[in-house]
Design a protein around this ligand. Structure first.
Ligand code: AMP
Ligand code: FE
Ligand code: FE
Ligand code: ZN
Length: 286
């Protein structure tokens, strides 16, 4: 049976491994297929796919897209969309722009109390490339300056949504994002829908809109869902006739999540591949 970890990140977004390193680690751990879903970008696909072709690891190109419903933020996994689709690109461009504006504003606020934080570093980054900068990058900068011991501590103390340093980010409505992902040939899955880490979740009317828009599945098996929550997600999936997926949400050293700690079943993998569009990116195994 294929070992398919459908949710992993690289340093192109807020993980810490390069795409090639990530694939090598997956290979060493017996994971044959990864869903590579960096936040709001597809920049990691090519390098990972090249490494995967050499090692026999299949890379399913995807993204974890930011969305927002009535001020509540939620993540949408999109597998195998056409990254060149103009509508998707346009929406993602707007998200990245808003991400960078909000990121810089948070950095400015933090600098008042953590003066060794270098704003200019982030300015350069913003201008130099389209990397999706987020709170984890601020956390890493504050840890490197020894203001905090680790990412978790920074999140707990100054990066929480109720912290005075926090600035909200614009993102599209989740149902709009589902539609755009489908029009780009992708397969949309609502990521960690009832995450125990998030204080607020989308209400049921948001889910019903997402289903109408073409949602494929719900990510059930995820470290931020305990057994009871997984049961609840199973029930929702049954009610709305959705598939369920699982993944580690591996971020390298950025989080304790271990590669392969949650997996997606082979029948669901095959449905994702069937409904996704870009067969060329599937590497050498399927
Ligand atoms: P942002 O997109 O800037 O709002 O940041 C959200 C990202 O921060 C999530 O996708 C997670 O990867 C990461 N994150 C959230 N909470 C924590 C935490 N306590 N420790 C490390 N990373 C976290
Ligand atoms: Fe992340
Ligand atoms: Fe997420
Ligand atoms: Zn993730």
């Amino acid at each position: 049976m294929a070992q398919f970890d459908a949710h992993v990140h690289t340093a192109i977004s807020d993980g810490t491994d390069s795409p090639a390193e990530l694939v090598r680690k997956a290979h060493l751990q017996g994971i044959d297929i990864i869903g590579l879903v960096d936040h709001d970008t597809s920049e990691s696909w090519n390098e990972a796919d090249r490494a995967g072709s050499e090692l026999g690891v299949t890379v399913i190109g995807g993204m974890e897209l930011s969305t927002s419903y009535q001020g509540i933020s939620g993540h949408l996994l999109a597998y195998l969309p056409d990254p060149e689709n103009p509508e998707l690109r346009d929406l993602m461009g707007k998200v990245i722009k808003s991400r960078h504006g909000r990121f810089y504003e948070m950095a400015v606020r933090l600098k008042e109390d953590y003066p060794r934080l270098e704003l200019v570093e982030f300015e350069g980054n913003n201008l130099a490339d389209g990397r999706p900068l987020g709170r984890p990058h601020l956390a890493d900068a504050l840890v490197a300056l020894e203001y905090f011991p680790n990412r978790d501590a920074v999140f707990a103390q100054v990066l929480r949504p109720d912290s005075p340093y926090y600035v909200r980010q614009w993102a599209p409505h989740p149902a709009e994002m589902v539609e755009v992902v489908r029009r780009a040939g992708g397969v949309p899955v609502w990521a960690h829908p009832l995450s125990g880490r998030q204080r607020y979740h989308f209400p049921s009317e948001a889910l019903s809109d997402m289903v109408d828009a073409g949602l494929f599945g719900l990510e059930r098996d995820h470290r931020e869902h305990d057994g009871q929550v997984r049961e609840k997600v199973s029930q929702l999936a049954k009610k709305w006739k959705l598939e369920v997926t699982g993944g580690s949400d591996y971020h390298g050293n950025g989080k304790p999540n271990r590669l392969g700690e949650n997996l997606t079943s082979t029948p669901v993998l095959h449905r994702i591949i069937k409904e996704g569009k870009i067969e060329g990116l599937l590497g050498n195994k399927l």
